[in-house]
Design a protein around this ligand. Structure first.
Ligand code: AMP
Ligand code: MG
Length: 312
């Protein structure tokens, strides 16, 4: 459903976000589907709605540069890019601070975070009033074209609460620049040209092959230190067990992704729970079988990557 940006509908949008649900949000690039970036379950609902086959990291939106200070490690290049192009269609990837309370699923378990201040009055007002950051990828089902009008979002997601901000002015996704190493890399061309970025920070490098397509294989991607065994029905004594659905196994070595067998809840718990089990006295983490429907695809994809990383 599409709503005019009146104060009533802004209040309603804020209420939906506080309840951990999603809204359709206009930005200057394309329309986004936004969730409270501190709420794992709300973020999991984004992946569910978009039907993403993998957990791609999401861009985190804030109303000002200073809002990101408790979440990322700034450097001089990021500072000058932010001062030059924000608010605007430029996303910066920076090292994520371990103390950041943002959803681990939002950055797909990476130790970096993609951040941006959008240049749209409605998005900025909402971000300011909400007081927390928003995770917001484009509001289209995975693999489909990005929406540049509220009606495009409604066609794909008729049940979503969509704020109408008119046609997007840029109509292209944001440019993404990776600043996690000394030489900046252009991860995705977008609303700000390569030349414009280079006029501020000098020549850009290009991504390592496959680094965007397969975030799970990125060097910086969080991989557990303990071996991970998948599709385990019966864990052996002494090993950590990541269960899914009803299980007779209990105790301090067992965590359950979702006792009810709910895949959205499981996605919300995945990165957090692997981190909790990836430590002594355990020597191995066994993971229960997870069905291959809906978000189960992305869950299995991520687990398989985590299991394979040690063999590389
Ligand atoms: P979308 O929001 O659908 O426009 O897509 C977000 C894009 O940002 C994806 O291509 C992601 O791979 C990229 N992205 C988000 N976070 C990161 C990160 N921490 N490192 C590298 N790329 C990222
Ligand atoms: Mg997209």
């Amino acid at each position: 459903m599409i709503f005019e940006p009146l104060s009533d509908s802004l209040e309603k949008a804020l209420q939906i976000l506080h309840q951990g649900e999603l809204i359709g949000l206009p930005t200057e690039t394309v329309y986004g589907v936004a969730a409270d970036a501190t709420n794992e379950l709300a973020v999991a609902k984004i992946f569910e709605l978009k039907n993403r086959p993998t957990f791609n990291p999401l861009i985190i939106h804030g109303p000002t540069r200073t809002c990101f200070e408790e979440h990322v490690l700034w450097n001089e290049k990021a500072d000058v890019l932010a001062k030059t192009f924000w608010p605007g269609p430029l996303t910066l990837v920076l090292p994520r601070l371990v103390s950041s309370p943002l959803s681990l699923l939002a950055s797909a378990g990476l130790d970096s975070l993609a951040i941006r201040v959008p240049n749209h009055p409605l998005a900025l007002t909402l971000l300011q009033k909400f007081g927390k950051l928003l995770a917001a990828p484009s509001a289209n089902p995975s693999g489909k074209t990005s929406p540049t009008q509220a009606s495009h979002v409604e066609e794909d997601f008729p049940n979503l609460f969509i704020l109408d901000g008119g046609d997007t002015t840029v109509g292209l996704e944001s440019t993404i620049v990776d600043l996690t190493s000394p030489s900046p890399r252009l991860l995705r061309p977008g609303g700000i040209s390569q030349e414009e970025v280079e006029s501020v920070v000098g020549p850009l490098k290009f991504p390592h092959q496959n680094s965007i397509k397969a975030p799970g294989m990125m060097k910086s991607h969080y991989a557990p230190t303990l071996p991970l065994h998948l599709n385990v029905q019966e864990p052996s004594e002494g090993e950590a067990f990541l269960a899914f659905g009803p299980t007779p196994y209990k105790g301090s070595s067992v965590l359950n992704l979702s006792e009810e067998g709910n895949l959205t809840e499981a996605a919300a718990n995945l990165f957090k729970m692997i981190r909790l089990l990836d430590r002594p006295p355990f020597q191995k983490i066994s993971v229960a079988p997870i069905p291959l429907n809906g978000l189960g695809l992305a869950l299995n994809d991520r687990l398989q990557r985590a299991a394979a990383t040690r063999e590389l």
